[in-house]
Design a protein around this ligand. Structure first.
Ligand code: ZN
Length: 241
């Protein structure tokens, strides 16, 4: 089985289109998204309908939860909150219901998908370091777990009682180890590289590849400015932070 995985689309249609185009060339069997379909960007409905059209299965991110009763807007910083208030007025009742129906965790035999961390997934804890990763590994039931939320791609590895982190773009999975893979962000990368992130997980070759693809950033920025969203949300796309 070959999976195409990505996360944190954040209403950035230009980035999502570039990722889907790149992933289609990879010949994947299933497309999965680790949440935060909306928020920050200016094209929530465009992204939601494209994700639906392509049959992408998603879990619930904190920005998605904020469109429902599941999470209070107080949770967010002022710029994120402003974008969520705007998003809430843009999406249709059907789109809100689709966000409401997203599960916090999705699992099959090969992998688990969760937005932030397996520990209290509905609290959206960030996995920023080895000690955060350990909390998630404690609850991990599949060889690999795929997350987003921090917008910074990389692979946490557990081998026995040892934990490590790698920013490497291609990894051969060892059956003695367990993996917690952060697939980065499609619509708002924060690791200093503005290109959109995605991941290919192949269970046959036992490889995880973290990939990047360029997209027309200026178009996404222009839409954010035209919508009257905070200027910073447009600016940061160019820096990848
Ligand atoms: Zn996010």
């Amino acid at each position: 089985m070959r999976y195409g995985l990505f996360s944190d689309v954040h209403s950035n249609l230009e980035a999502l289109e570039a990722v889907l185009k790149a992933v289609e060339k990879e010949g994947v069997d299933q497309l999965l998204c680790a949440g935060d379909l909306v928020g920050y960007g200016a094209d929530p409905s465009g992204c939601l309908s494209l994700l639906k059209e392509k049959g992408v299965h998603s879990v619930c991110g904190n920005h998605d939860a904020a469109m429902t009763e599941k999470l209070d807007l107080e949770w967010f910083n002022p710029q994120a909150r402003a974008a969520l208030e705007w998003t809430s007025k843009q999406i249709s009742p059907m789109e809100r219901t689709a966000l409401e129906n997203l599960q916090f965790v999705w699992q099959n035999g090969d992998l688990t998908l969760v937005h932030g961390c397996l520990h209290e997934p509905e609290q959206f804890h960030y996995v920023l370091n080895l000690s955060d990763a350990r909390e998630s590994f404690r609850l991990q039931e599949t060889p690999a777990v795929f997350i987003g939320h921090t917008h910074s791609p990389g692979i946490f590895i557990q081998e026995g009682t040892g934990f490590s982190f790698q920013r490497i773009s291609e990894w051969l999975l060892n059956s003695r180890c367990r993996y917690l893979v952060n697939v980065g962000s499609v619509g708002q990368p924060r690791d200093g590289d503005p290109r959109a992130c995605y991941c290919v997980y192949d269970t046959q070759t036992r490889t995880v590849q973290l990939r990047r693809v360029s997209y027309p950033i200026e178009q996404a920025q222009a839409k954010i400015r035209r919508a009257g969203l905070p200027e910073f949300l447009a600016d940061r796309l160019a820096y990848g932070y």
